[in-house]
Write a protein that binds this ligand. Structure first.
Ligand code: FAD
Length: 519
């Protein structure tokens, strides 16, 4: 249960070991936290501060693995860490900390951290306000698109025989005596309900984990503590940072500013959250906090909320610890087993999804399939696309090749890069169909992307397309506004929507634009 990265990873692990697997997601895949993270495949430098060495070692080493499995989607990114006189750590502690980080994660010597003098730091990022910068460091991380990564894992699970169902909600649990035997699932589009029976049931519903534990009557002992994290997006030319940067804020927290396409995004906040899990909003206060951090750090014409083109807010499903504040809570994952046999997993990181899945499936086999023999976890060898790239270099060559083709049609290198980092080699399918479409180049491209994602990626609503398949709501909101009507009309025809459904879709699109950009 749960089609975020955790559930998707478990479905892939289980199916690839030979288990018959169904994945149910009540909305679209990656609807929850897995489309609203900082979009980094990172080792979690700040967890060293909390002495979480095991977590840093595991997720740190996973970075290179996930990069190898999807080099078009998990991209090496050098991170700049400026050091200040009056905030954050000193140079020696940072130097030792980053060395430890590299060592724990097994980073290759050529990618290991490099300490910078004050002058080198300011040359590296000329936009930094100079006054109390005393030096800096550069270290290796990876950036990704969380929703696309989740989706590629879902698709790979399907190629291994799993049955992924979106818009299908686990409603009630079915028992035989005291033992959990299945779920009643509601198809939220068709309206019917149907049972799914299984030997083992895993609850990987992220922020909703406790709701399902409650239905199982097993929400005892440890419970979730949800914290909200917000990111804001501004035009690249309003915050033209030369590279990703991780900087200190007055209150002791740290914030990322990450360039992506025509935008730069900044985040995150970290505040305890009690509201609706299905409708998490960015508030004026969240925006003010992030913009104030930027304005105190960079030499820019002060950013105001009018500069914020888009935003997103996600919930961290953390494990509650008495007396700890939102930022102090551990990011480590935990597995809970109930007397009925329900296995729930919560906490963790996007980056560690593969190891979390391995632990859960090992447990499933131990508890429910003792006598059968199944393969060992081998997801570290399963590429995350139908035709994976062998290396980053090969991705680069493919961008060049596609750019040449696109330029003949009116496109550009930037568009080629966007397409390949989004769809990988499947870009060729999109290119093949562009010429059949009508309108401007951008309208033809959008129609072809939609066509591809409907045929191959279970797009059932315009928001699936604009938010989780293309990221347009966040990183190219003007393109989304321009193409919204065309996309809704196209889907209306394909799925024979009645006028009520079409109206619902229009409202969903206008609300998603409003909530992302107005506070
Ligand atoms: P989710 O993605 O929330 O998935 C759970 C799914 O279950 C949802 O899609 C939901 O719709 C579904 N569901 C709920 N109830 C039911 C039901 N009854 N039936 C069927 N389906 C149901 N990690 C990193 O590694 N790198 C980062 O840069 C990073 N940045 C972050 C920044 C922020 C602001 C936040 C909040 C988190 C960040 N994380 C990061 C952590 C990471 O995003 C999460 O750990 C991860 O996405 C959680 O995935 P999940 O699958 O457990 O939960």
């Amino acid at each position: 249960m749960g089609g975020g990265i955790t559930g998707a990873g478990i479905a892939l692990d289980a199916a690839s070991r030979g288990l018959s697997t169904v994945l149910v997601e009540k909305e679209d895949f990656a609807f929850g936290t897995s489309s609203r993270s900082t979009k980094l495949i990172h080792g979690g430098l700040r967890y060293l501060k909390q002495l979480e060495f095991g977590l840093v070692r595991e997720v740190g080493s996973e970075r290179a693995v996930v990069h190898r499995l999807a080099p078009h989607l998990v991209i090496p990114e050098k991170m700049l860490l400026p050091l200040y006189e009056k905030r954050g750590f000193g140079s020696i502690l940072t130097s030792v900390g980053l060395k430890l980080y590299d060592w724990l994660a097994g980073v290759r010597p050529e990618d290991q951290r490099r300490m910078l003098t004050r002058r080198q730091t300011l040359r590296q990022e000329p936009m930094l306000l100079e006054h109390d910068v005393k030096g800096g460091a550069i270290y290796a991380e990876y950036r990704t698109d969380d929703a696309r990564l989740t989706l590629e894992i879902v698709k790979t699970a399907w190629r291994h025989g799993a049955v992924p169902l979106s818009y299908c909600q686990a409603d009630t649990l079915i028992y035989e005596g005291e033992r959990l035997k299945g779920l009643n699932v509601t198809d939220r589009i068709g309206g019917q309900s149907f049972p799914v029976t299984a030997k083992a049931i895993v609850n990987a519903s992220g922020p909703w984990v406790d709701e399902l534990r409650e239905k199982d009557n097993s929400r005892k002992g440890k419970r979730l503590h949800l914290t909200k994290g917000v990111h804001v997006v501004v035009a690249r030319d309003r915050l033209p940072v030369t590279q990703a940067i991780y900087f200190n804020v007055d209150d002791g927290r740290m914030i990322f500013a990450i360039p992506r396409g025509i935008t730069t995004y900044v985040g995150t906040t970290d505040t305890s959250y009690e509201g609706s899990k299905d409708d998490v909003r960015t508030t004026a206060e969240d925006v003010a906090y992030l913009l104030s951090a930027v304005n105190k750090t960079f030499n820019v014409r002060p950013l105001t909320s009018a500069d914020v083109m888009s935003s997103w807010s996600g919930l961290r499903p953390l494990i509650h610890e008495d007396g700890k504040s939102a930022s102090e809570l551990s990011r480590k994952d935990e597995i809970f087993e109930s007397e009925s046999g329900l296995i729930s997993i919560a906490g963790g990181k996007l980056t560690g999804y593969r190891k979390m899945a391995e632990r859960v499936v090992d447990l499933v086999l131990e508890r429910h399939f003792e006598d059968a023999s199944f393969k060992k976890c081998h997801t570290s060898k399963i590429g995350l696309t139908a035709e994976p790239f062998a290396s980053r270099k090969e991705v680069g060559r493919y961008v060049g090749q596609v750019a040449r083709e696109l330029m003949r049609l009116g496109g550009s290198v930037q568009i080629a890069s966007y397409l390949i980092h989004t769809y990988g080699r499947a870009t060729k399918d999109i290119l093949e169909h562009i010429v059949e479409k009508q309108g401007t180049f951008d309208e033809m491209l959008t129609a072809s992307e939609l066509d591809f994602t409907v045929r191959n990626e279970m797009v059932l609503s315009a928001t699936d397309f604009f938010i989780r398949r293309t990221g347009m709501l966040f990183f190219d909101i003007e393109r989304m506004k321009h193409n919204a009507t065309g996309v809704i009309n196209d889907l209306e025809g394909r799925y024979s929507w009645d006028s009520r459904r079409t109206e619902d879709e229009r409202n969903k699109i206008s609300n998603s634009i409003k909530f992302a950009s107005q506070f």
